[in-house]
Write a protein that binds this ligand. Structure first.
Ligand SMILES: [Zn+2]
Length: 174
């Protein structure tokens, strides 16, 4: 089911999400996330963005891989993730977010991470991620903690975006 994406200013984007339990409708959550992402055309979407405070998100490199053949194609459902290790080495990437339309900013993050999560079969998975996959994982993981990518910008960059952000928030809260 296609669900409206919550925009900057919505309280749900600032809350901590709860663990997914095995008796919950994981298939339903997954369908709603994938349907909504396909319609919106992004590369990742976390449950709080569709108003659900649960620790589940999806990553789909499809839109990037179509434009750039150096990008691996992957599509994952990530349940109850943890980040076990982050590299000292960081890199920059121009990020956006479906909840913060029309704002794209360079964000610095660790370039490699080791993560643990459960997949759609509820099997535990432990993997090292790098490149775009590590990038999306960290961005989506932070949604589960109520953190947005604009929080990671320098105070001066944030100040410069204040007008745009306030306009999004006003449209959200009205
Ligand atoms: Zn986002």
């Amino acid at each position: 089911m296609l669900i409206k994406v919550e925009k900057y200013g919505a309280k749900v984007l600032r809350k901590h999400s709860a663990l997914v339990k095995s008796d919950e409708d994981i298939e339903g959550m997954s369908t709603n996330l994938f349907d909504t992402l396909a319609k919106e055309g992004g590369i990742g979407l976390a449950a709080p963005q569709i108003g659900l405070l649960k620790r589940i998100f999806i990553m789909d490199s499809g839109p990037l891989a179509n434009d750039d053949d150096t990008v691996d194609k992957f599509k994952h459902l990530i349940i109850n993730p943890t980040i076990l290790f982050v590299s000292k080495n960081e890199n920059w990437f121009n990020e956006g977010c479906l909840s913060i339309p029309e704002i794209f900013e360079d964000v610095e993050r660790p370039d490699k991470i080791v993560v643990k999560y459960y997949n759609e079969q509820l099997e535990p998975i432990e993997r090292e991620l790098s490149g775009i996959e590590a990038r999306i994982f960290q961005h989506e993981y932070e949604h589960l903690e109520g953190i947005l990518f604009i929080d990671k910008l320098s105070p001066i960059r944030r100040q410069m975006l204040k007008g745009k952000l306030n306009r999004i928030a006003r449209a959200t809260i009205k």
